[in-house]
Ligand binder design. Structure first.
Ligand code: MN
Length: 292
């Protein structure tokens, strides 16, 4: 099942390549005020019990053309966006050259797997534009694309063991972890508004979804920049969830970016980014020059 948010943050089930059904009536406490939309966290936590009613409405409801709606990032007020660093060995390898060029030295501590935070306010809807901050451009820093599998947390938890970690995953979506290459802290370099395009929807985890076998393909202006399979992750999805939950309590609806594949590189105003993840879908983003 694929869950989408659309228009005034209504809940949809994607029922074909180009249609969805509005299943908002299955959600307790719905409001179209995104700022107070605790119903989303409730949905992520209680999806198992809400699923039969969602399926019933999806099977019988009016089908709506996806190209007639505005898709939203499939997340509302997540308590945090967690992101994994240094989680594909070929990316770790390439970062030596990237850091020599952009920092003038190699930061050894940044070459080890770990997790960090991105501001939830950096989320951007599918098909909207990444805005390159004026101050960053003025300073001459590169801004890079990182095209990643994103985990959506269902049932939260603390110190979740690896062998039970997948029980805490609602599903998966695609995300772009847009990143300034500069000496600043990761949380600032990756938290500017629009620096976390997300979507186009969540593929709900079930027995048919194998987190060790997603292919992630990113093109910029139709040229392949990143192409990887999640079988190459250094720390796999259960390992990431378990480790993150050993640092901070995971809450329903939290997002975890799983790490940049090799092939990171600069984006420029006018670029068109297309991220494809097998079994999920196609996330697009444009790039704009920010104003002073
Ligand atoms: Mn990243």
């Amino acid at each position: 099942m694929k869950l989408a948010l659309f228009n005034t943050y209504r809940l949809g089930v994607v029922v074909s390549d180009d249609e969805l059904v509005d299943v908002t009536d299955a959600v307790p406490g719905y409001t179209d005020d995104a700022l107070i939309a605790g119903w989303w966290r409730g949905l992520c936590r209680d999806f198992g019990s809400l699923k039969p009613e969602i399926e019933r409405i999806a099977a019988n409801g009016e089908r709506i053309a996806i190209d007639s709606v505005t898709l939203r990032a499939p997340a509302l007020n997540p308590s945090k966006i967690i992101a994994a660093a240094s989680n594909y060995s070929a990316h770790v390898e390439e970062m030596h050259g990237v850091q020599e060029r952009t920092l003038g030295k190699v930061e050894k501590w940044m070459m080890d797997f770990d997790v960090f935070l991105k501001a939830p306010s950096s989320l951007a809807d599918p098909g909207t534009d990444i805005v390159l901050p004026f101050s960053v451009r003025q300073a001459g820093h590169e801004v890079h694309h990182e095209s990643e599998l994103v985990i959506v947390i269902g049932q939260g938890g603390t110190s979740i063991p690896v062998e039970r970690a997948l029980d805490h995953v609602l599903g998966y979506t695609a995300g772009l972890d847009i990143t300034v290459r500069s000496p600043a802290d990761r949380s600032r370099r990756k938290s500017y508004d629009t620096f976390s395009p997300l979507g186009p929807w969540i593929t709900v985890a079930d027995e048919s979804v194998d987190p060790t076998d997603f292919t992630i393909l990113l093109t910029v202006n139709d040229i392949v920049r990143q192409n990887v399979n999640t079988s190459d992750l250094i720390i796999d999805v259960p390992g990431i969830v378990s480790y993150a939950s050993s640092v901070m309590t995971l809450l329903p609806g939290d997002l975890i970016f799983t790490g940049a594949p090799p092939g990171v590189g600069p984006i420029e105003p006018g670029d068109q980014l297309d991220s494809y993840i097998s079994g999920i879908g196609h996330l697009t983003a444009g790039v704009l020059e920010g104003q002073e």
